[in-house]
Design a protein around this ligand. Sequence first.
Ligand SMILES: *Cc1c(COP(=O)(O)O)cnc(C)c1O
Length: 745
Amino acid sequence: MTERTPAEPTPPPPPAPPVPPPVPEVEIVSEMTAQALFDKCETLARNLWWTWHPEVHSLFRDLDPIRWRQLDHNPIALLREFTPERLAARASEMVLHSRINYHYRRLKEYLSDRRRTWGKTHANILGALPAAYFSAEFGIHESVPIYSGGLGVLSGDHIKSASGLGVPLVGVGLFYSQGYFKQQLDLNGWQSEEYLETHVENLAMEPAKDPTGRPVTVQIDTRNGRLLAKVWQLHVGRVELYLLDCNVEGNRPEDRELTSRLYGGDDRIRIRQELVLGVGGVKALHALGITPGVYHLNEGHSAFAPLEVIRERMQDDGQPFDGALRTVASQTVFTTHTPVPAGHDRFHGGLVEEHLGPLRDQLGISYEQLMGLGRVDPQNPNEPFCMTVLALKVSRKANSVSQLHGRITRRMWAHLWPWREEEEIPIGHITNGVHIPSWLAWQMRQLYDRHFPEGWIYGMGEPEPWQNIHHVDPGELWETHNSLKNLLLAFVRRRVSRQCRRRGEPDDVVEAARNLLNPAILTIGFGRRFATYKRATLIFSDRDRLAALLNNPERPVQLIFAGKAHPKDEPGKRLIQNLANMRRDPCFKDRIAFLEDYDINVCRHMIQGVDVWLNNPRRPLEASGTSGQKVVLNGGLNLSILDGWWAEAYDGSNGFAIGKGRSHVNDEITDLRDAKSLYEVLEKEVVPTFYDRDADGLPKRWIELMMNSISTLAWRFSAHRMVMDYTRTMYVPAAGGVSCDMDRR
Ligand SMILES: *Cc1c(COP(=O)(O)O)cnc(C)c1O
């Protein structure tokens, strides 16, 4: 699909030939330059490639630093406030011309050079038939609010790495006009949620066009009427992302709001959103003239997609249902993320029939047959329809997102294959990773550039370049880390004082926030969703022991927390409230900060500046986790339960482990044990190692751990490694029509 996309950004017009001068010549030339300069900035802003190039961020920021921050780092919104003339004037003042030209040229070269990529040599088979990556959310940048958390950021990182590697892939998702909520805490520490309407004109998004140039709208029939969705297109480097949006004329008023919010509704809204994502997504690709070679379902939300593909096959090739199912399954791969049975989407038969009924008619299957596809036991009329079961039955291969999660997942679904041993359950694992250029601080990137071989960034998913970290001067690494830590503390002070002012706290509290935290103190960060299993308040289990840690006169500790609770998760909100209130306890002496509204921006600041990243979920409920992988890149150390990715990452000298990787059937006992272990590791390992300084004031052993962490983990838990794994083990075999093991169903 790569070469034929009709809606690629039109390149800006070449500089016009000299025109005979009706007015003084100088003026014409400068007018031309102003417009051309503006168009180049516009082109840069309209491809989300800029989001993983900090030097392009700083270019936009230099146009107007204050507005840049106020506008949530959104270059489209920023440029709308400029005329070409004002932009040109500002560019002259700040000497930006050559930077604009340089980055514009880099983008153009990047987009046109698809021949020398890893994908060209390893995934050529996808060239004409790309992988279609379906996900309910995509987290690409804070200015594109169509994500809620980990799953979305993973999808964003996946398509960015596919772009970087040149793996032919298109993304399919939903456009949420109100995205996820903005979080604020009131004076009682209670979370309130605010939904803001996103202005479409402020997004790097345009109507997707079919091969004849007409905007694409798809329609999906249900038993009680028709749903329409229009399709938007975003350019993410070399990857195109298509988003379906139900806010179109012709839909009933309540349907126009169907895709306004992420995970906002009841079962009925959920199944309708999933219908639009799966069935609508396949119809959209068809209308766009894109024929995928592989369908990748990222989590079960999109599991209806293969049913629509089966319909296409039956219609185009005249295949019967069973044959078409086998063909489509051999082209479909599925990633599951949820280690608890209750976390999987399940719908009752009435909702399924209402929404899939018309498609079922076209597939020529009975209600019982359809329901059977979503049941472990097809004959059991009491079993609801499970999206994960459907996904497992209509895909050739499934994977979980870490080694440990693989074991849990195989056990969880073993009853789908009662004739097999647990190890033979066809669910593998590909551990999640992060898109390095998006999460790596500019200062660290420069340090790596100075010490790693030229062009190392192209091999960032391989171990070799990273071994050079051991030759870096410890002082240089330490200084770089500390400059990032200072940036984080400045960010915390700015944010927290603003939060206090908004809540109407007394002036002295606002003033104190301006001096919150101390760069010399060991700083531990905890940023994640406040779901109870993540146990945000575990470290508070023993108040006196924590107070002693934080207030140790020689070796103090400070904590930064951030995270949202799902709007319907009362226990999660109570955790936030507890934390907000405990934070004020005088025994902790202002050593604790809470940042509101955790998002990609807050996360980026935290993972780039902390000394230690704390992760203490109840094992084995964290399928993978990725925030700790972002910390690695920037020199922070992980302190984590041996769960998710950390269970396979920790080697004894690249960070810290809480507990021994065991869990008790009784949660209370598990929590007590883990809290005890957490305190012990902090008191005996983390704190002493951090404060053990040599004659130059450097924590030698700590810096060694930083280097080990970077050299052993950065490449292994990168999205580049992850996408290469998906390509080799899932996409290429699926696109090659290599037959799959059908005995599974
Ligand atoms: C990376 C990221 C996550 C995922 O991190 P976990 O370790 O799974 O919690 C969640 N939210 C945001 C905003 C992120 O950037």
